[in-house]
Design a protein around this ligand. Structure first.
Ligand code: GDP
Ligand code: IMO
Ligand code: MG
Length: 422
């Protein structure tokens, strides 16, 4: 399979989990490289549903090594819960997972600060998942964070945590929030540290050893291009590099060892949380929500929905260097007579072909649409390209062409079998 970076080309929840599960068949190792338990990747195997937050989705296939890379922020208590949940469902995690010793930790004060900052922002809030992601990456950048390597060193961890709780309690008090008990946090994190100790490793060295043995590595992205801290719709973004470069910095595997970039995108657009979404549309949102679809895998929030935005995905092709596209949720459009695709933005009197950096300008962008006839036929039973209605094929070809990358996969349902290799 070669070394493959998988990214989301939109605002997250593109169906990365499903496509990762499909591509894992040809991989030896699956690596998460950024984000934290803000992610929610859904995978169906038969009738069984799995939602992964921190553990790479590759864990669902037997005998694949999964790695949580240095670029990830780990909430150890939540990770232990996730491992226990997977184990209960019959998934073998012990022996199949490694966690980078330099991955930073998320603490209860990060979650509390995340929440307090959102309250302070009022109507300008980001709509975060409240998992403490921003404050944890903030500590990393400020060089005041604690890492896995500290968590598994009991005396050092106690000392460092004491200082951190003291400092953060002052901040929490100033914000009018309740202070944290060192004793309670320490006990919970010590227990999680003991459980996670066997997984902790120098993952950079392990990955390079595997690469020398010609292992195929799949880099599992979380979130999506427009939630990237540098390339997204700042400040309505997450706090990591969700674009292809993040796979290198978040794993220690350099760019010249990467062979291809696969991007996942929905046949339409969704976004959860605040921030601009030019193609947002009530008709398509009502349609999808009425089908019980597009509710967040992490927070359960209803996702905002809109037409496919080719300006955005074209931009994503540029910053990620997308080689191949996997288009998911094609079946979500099965009942429509007409389907719109945004191919440009009108901003005042100018036409834009890219996503503007000024959030105020972007908020005022009006989509310029091209209309496609709907296929108005169920596609969920299609297993090959030729089984798809001609109009669906034309639509998929058009959105790939507008994006500027090769269509490789079309997905017509959540299960493994509902995957068409083009
Ligand atoms: P991720 O965060 O990118 O992994 O995506 P999520 O799992 O948060 O959201 C994608 C949702 O779409 C999940 O509920 C998947 O089961 C579902 N899904 C993925 N591909 C398809 C598809 O082709 N058709 C349908 N109906 N659902 C899909
Ligand atoms: P997956 O991997 C969709 C969004 C939040 C919010 C913004 C910042 O499942 O695609 P954060 O908690 O990260 O500080 O929130 O980013 N967000 C996601 N949206 N899918 C995700 O992950 C997301 N992770 C964060 O809703 O708008
Ligand atoms: Mg998700």
């Amino acid at each position: 399979m070669a070394n493959t970076i998988l990214v989301g080309a939109q605002w997250g929840d593109e169906g990365k989990g499903k496509i990762i599960d499909v591509l894992t068949e040809g991989a030896d190792i699956v690596v998460r490289t950024q984000g934290g338990n803000n992610a929610g990747h859904t995978v169906f195997i038969g009738q069984k549903k799995y939602v992964l937050h921190l553990v790479p989705s590759g864990i669902l296939r037997e005998g694949k090594l999964c790695v949580i890379g240095n670029g990830v922020v780990v909430d150890p208590v939540s990770l232990v819960d996730e491992i226990n949940g997977l184990t209960k469902l019959g998934i073998k995690v012990d022996g199949n997972l490694l966690i980078s010793e330099t991955a930073h930790l998320v603490f209860p004060y990060h979650r509390e600060l995340d929440e307090q900052r959102e309250i302070l922002k009022g109507k300008n809030k980001i709509g975060t998942t409240k998992r403490g992601i921003g404050p944890a990456y903030g500590d990393k950048a400020a060089r005041t964070g604690l890492r896995m390597i500290d968590l598994i060193n009991a005396p050092r961890f106690e000392l460092l945590l004491k200082q951190k709780i003291k400092e953060n309690n002052e901040i929490l008090k100033a914000l009018g929030a309740a202070p944290l008990s060192f004793k309670k946090v320490h006990a919970a994190y010590r227990a999680a540290g003991d459980r996670l100790r066997p997984f902790v490793a120098n993952t950079v060295v392990k990955l390079h050893e595997a690469a020398r043995r010609k292992a195929n590595i799949l880099f599992e992205g979380a979130q999506g291009t427009f939630l990237d801290i540098d390339h997204g719709t700042y400040p309505f973004v997450t706090s990591s590099n969700t674009t292809a470069g993040g796979a290198c910095t978040g794993s220690g595997v350099p760019p010249n060892r990467m062979d291809r970039v696969v991007a996942v995108m929905k046949a339409y657009t969704t976004r959860v949380g605040e921030g601009p979404l030019p193609t947002e549309n009530a008709e398509i949102a009502d349609l999808l929500h009425a089908m019980g679809r597009e509710f967040g895998a992490t927070t359960g929030r209803a996702r905002r929905c809109g037409w496919f935005d080719a300006v955005a995905t074209r931009h994503a092709a540029m910053v990620n260097g997308i080689d191949e596209l996997a288009v998911t949720n094609v079946d979500g459009l099965d009942s429509l007579e007409r389907i719109k695709v945004c191919e440009g933005y009108r901003c005042g009197s100018t036409r834009l072909e890219f996503v503007p950096n000024d959030i105020e300008v972007f908020s005022k962008c009006v989509p310029i649409y091209r209309e496609f006839p709907g296929w108005n036929t169920p596609t969920t039973h299609a297993r090959e390209w030729r089984h798809l209605p001609v109009k669906a094929r034309s639509y998929l070809k058009a959105i790939a062409e507008l994006t500027g990358a090769k269509l490789a996969i079309a997905s017509v349902g959540p299960s493994r079998e509902q995957t068409i290799f083009v």
